[in-house]
Design a protein around this ligand. Structure first.
Ligand code: FMN
Length: 243
């Protein structure tokens, strides 16, 4: 399949067969992840592959009991990781200040995300399915304890990878005109949002799994109705980040 065709037919997979990924395949997924660009080549991420059934069970509970963590062919947690760099600075008895701010954190988040998406695209090119799991951030302190995360690290999301048992319909994206800006930013209009809502209302009503009477802006209103995961700031502080 042409790569563009693969990308535009992506949908998250939330049901996997029992088949686990072979060691070679898991190694190749890691190679793919590592091949992405990295700001100033800091490589500020780590990928924790979780295979211990008890840990998978605990992570699944943390992510609201969804079934597609334990059942995935492999499960990874992507960590924004400045601990490696802290060790270099400490070795040279240098201040860690430059690792602790928003800029360093942003770099690590971007690096980790590029690695995850590169792994995802490669996995999908092999016919595997993927699903990102932000639910691991429901309790950052617990996940950090479970994975023994040191200072200057932050667990961003999980990634389930496996052989699809069921594939969802492709979700219609915002029209390109709503995300593409030429030369300067132009805010979206309520009319544009209403047009997209019509498309999404029809998608949500007709989709095969979990059909519902909603649209995109209603979902966004619900999602951003009040601040979520308010323990994040305290966790970042605990990890050594000073914002
Ligand atoms: C960082 C991130 C976290 C996500 N967390 C979850 C999650 O916890 N559970 C889940 O079912 N899907 C999760 N998703 C998948 C999104 O819901 C999905 O990508 C989005 O609805 C678009 O659907 P599609 O991927 O099928 O096109 C996450 C996606 C991203 C990028």
């Amino acid at each position: 399949m042409d790569l563009l065709q693969q990308l535009i037919t992506h949908s998250s997979v939330r049901s996997f067969t029992a088949e686990k990924l072979s060691p070679t395949l898991r190694q190749n997924l890691l190679k793919a992840a590592q091949s992405g660009s990295s700001s100033n080549f800091v490589q500020a991420y780590s990928i924790i592959e979780v295979s211990d059934p008890q840990k998978l069970e605990a992570i699944e509970r943390l992510a609201n009991g969804i079934g597609y963590i334990k059942e995935a062919g492999a499960f990874y947690i992507f960590v924004a990781d400045l601990n490696k760099h802290a060790q270099i600075l400490q070795y040279h008895q240098h201040s860690l200040e430059a690792l602790e701010n928003e800029e360093a954190f942003t770099v690590a988040v971007v690096d980790a995300t590029i690695a995850a998406q590169t792994m995802s695209v490669y996995a999908e090119s092999l016919g595997l399915g993927i699903c990102y799991i932000g639910g691991i951030r429901n309790d950052l302190f617990q996940i950090a304890e479970l994975l023994k995360l040191p200072k200057y690290t932050f667990p961003l999301f999980g990634l389930s990878v496996g052989y699809p048992d069921h594939e969802n319909e492709v979700k219609p994206r915002l029209p390109i005109a709503d995300i593409h800006h030429m030369d300067s930013y132009h805010p979206i209009t309520i009319e544009q949002i209403t047009e997209y809502d019509k498309v999404m209302k029809s998608y949500y009503a007709k989709r095969s799994s979990n059909p519902s009477e909603t649209d995109w802006s209603t979902n966004m209103l619900t999602h951003f109705y009040e601040p979520r995961r308010s323990h994040t700031k305290a966790f970042l502080k605990e990890q050594g980040f000073v914002f």
